[in-house]
Design a protein around this ligand. Sequence first.
Ligand code: ATP
Ligand code: MG
Length: 259
Amino acid sequence: MVQQTVMAAEGLDKRFWQGGERIYALSGVSFGVERGSFVAVMGASGSGKTTLLNLLAGLLRPDGGRILLDGMDFSSLGGSERARVRRRRIGFVFQDYNLLPNLTLEENVRLPRLLDKPPEGAERWAAEILEFLGLAGRLKHLPRQLSGGERQRAAIARALSMKPDIVLADEPTGNLDLRGSSQVCGLLRRLCRERGCTVLAVTHAPHVAIHADRILMLGDGRLLSDRPVTDFADAEQLATAYQRLLAPAAGEAGEEGRP
Ligand SMILES: Nc1ncnc2c1ncn2[C@@H]1O[C@H](COP(=O)(O)OP(=O)(O)OP(=O)(O)O)[C@@H](O)[C@H]1O
Ligand SMILES: [Mg+2]
């Protein structure tokens, strides 16, 4: 089967100004994502993971470089056109969930389908996702009446509401126990295998990243590593590689002292 690149980042730069200081959130980040693949994005806090996801979703514009969606320069589109493409194609799981506080879980998940014409079968699909994620008994609850894990699963269900072909998920298992996180990993994997969906998920957890096809590691806004999961024997070996990358001495001291 010929692999197709659905999404590509080319030399992405993003800077922020904070208190008169320039912060280089991302510098020269380039990679491609194959259609139907599951990519995990790892990196220390502040390394630029959320910024990267926001750029890929068109929620932010890069200061340099570009994002291609099926070869089309997504980042150069105007705001409303980018929003239109995003609503139709991209499901986004926010790190802080972004659930609307005055809407019930069910209404939050339905919202994307009210804002745009939903694709065929979206209603039933959303009901199945809610059932699968164990939320069917919580539909009438407001976000504040849900547990952290339930809110997180609600945010995932909302992101999938429009049957997107690309899912960008910012730490989608950060607030889940082991059972919940393996359930979500299973769901993301199935979306790729059965629906040809492309998934990029930020995670700190090697036991989550090991379910991906590729693993990107960011450090200080740069892409430090982009490797297939088959490079790692198991989650433990991945954890060791990740720790080594995160250790500040590793970056500064180069290869010296490495086993
Ligand atoms: N809107 C903003 N204004 C100013 N600085 C920002 C803004 N957004 C992000 N940053 C800075 O950019 C850097 C990258 O932030 P980002 O949120 O992408 O990190 P992250 O890898 O997602 O971290 P975490 O694991 O804690 O979620 C950080 O230094 C952060 O303080
Ligand atoms: Mg983040």
